[in-house]
Design a protein around this ligand. Structure first.
Ligand SMILES: C[S@@+](CC[C@H](N)C(=O)[O-])C[C@H]1O[C@@H](n2cnc3c(N)ncnc32)[C@H](O)[C@@H]1O
Length: 324
């Protein structure tokens, strides 16, 4: 990442932290969970017994990898695979290996806001799969997609795994899908994971594990503000709180202040006051069913071609194209 990109990310962090903590009710974006510590905590989350999402998507890939990648390059002319919010790419590697095994002509461009995640993934792929042409990109989804507009005129396959879209409520998810649609040509493909509605307790448990890893992950956003913006949040004075509304399918994470307190954020010259039991909303994890995904895609100029599900129907990956 060059120093200009680094400055953009830092100033986005400062601006959004300031906006979120001076708003009522307070909020912080979940994209700020991910630094070196947050990435490592998320890797632990993916191993938790309660966090079914990763295992379900992994199972789908293991079961359907051949069928999935066949759809990536029907005309056999080669393609560019672009992944938004790639993280450690653990599941993606199943598909990359299958693409290599079947001698497809492709490049892989993982994009992530976490510099640590992209550096680690590129290094790992260079060692484990040296035959894959990897072009790691650090930055926010659309800022990078804009930068990449003219990388090649081959077919594009845009991949968004881990139900990353679930961090957006429906109106913003439609904006997100519309922007993806605008960056696609007819014939390009979107391959996207959507976590499905299920027993509410199972959803709640996934974001509120017994061992407290998700709580530490949620609080990491405060630790980051302490580290990067010279603040003095006392993490013990906040609790992690999760809710799930089965009607809307929306799970929400909060950090709740256990007492009345004031926090200084020196780099922003900001004092943030909390009443006892006041909350900071930190994450949305939306759950879906086929009708909702059909509606979201239709609203965005896209259509579902096919879907793949795990054996419990907990999770689905959809192959989506642009409407002609
Ligand atoms: C829940 S993790 C999922 C990682 C991976 N897709 C998976 O399925 O295991 C979300 C990832 O998206 C990245 N991310 C979140 N918001 C982002 C944004 N606005 N732009 C780029 N990356 C983002 C995070 O840094 C993190 O690595």
């Amino acid at each position: 990442m060059n120093s200009k990109d680094q400055k953009v990310l830092v100033s986005t962090f400062e601006k959004e932290v300031s906006e979120g903590l001076t708003a009522f009710p307070k909020y912080l974006s979940s994209k700020f969970f991910y630094d070196e510590v947050g990435d490592a905590l998320f890797q632990q989350i993916m191993e938790l017994p309660e966090y079914y999402l990763t295992r379900a998507e992994y199972e789908i890939f293991e079961m359907h990898k051949s069928d999935i990648i066949q759809n990536f390059d029907v005309s056999n002319k080669g393609f560019d695979l672009i992944e938004l919010g790639a993280g450690d790419g653990k599941k993606t590697k199943v598909l990359l290996q299958e693409l290599l095994n079947q001698h497809y002509d492709f490049t892989y461009t993982p994009i992530d806001i976490s510099e640590n995640a992209i550096t680690g993934l590129v290094k790992n792929l260079n060692t484990e799969m040296p035959k894959v042409t990897v072009r790691g990109q650090i930055g926010e989804y659309f800022e990078v997609l804009d930068r990449l507009k003219h990388i090649s005129d081959r077919k594009k396959v845009i991949m968004v795994l881990g139900s990353n879209i679930g961090n957006l409520l429906h109106p913003r998810a439609i904006q997100f899908l519309k922007r993806l649609c605008n960056s696609m040509h007819v014939g390009d493909l979107l391959f996207m994971g959507f976590d499905q509605k299920k027993h509410p307790q199972k959803v709640l448990d996934a974001y509120n594990d017994k061992s407290g890893v998700t709580a530490a992950f949620n609080k990491n956003v405060l630790a980051r503000i302490n580290k990067e913006l010279n603040a003095n949040f006392n993490l013990d004075k906040f609790i992690h709180w999760e809710t799930y509304d089965p009607e809307s399918g929306t799970a929400k994470s909060y950090l709740v202040s256990k007492e009345k307190q004031t926090v200084d954020i020196d780099n922003l010259s900001l004092q943030v006051h909390f009443e006892a039991w006041e909350s900071i909303h930190t994450e949305i994890s939306q759950k879906y069913d086929d009708d909702i995904v059909k509606w979201l895609t239709k609203e965005s100029g896209l259509k579902i071609e096919k879907s793949f599900s795990d054996q419990h129907n907990d999770y689905k990956d959809y192959l989506i194209t642009k409407v002609e």
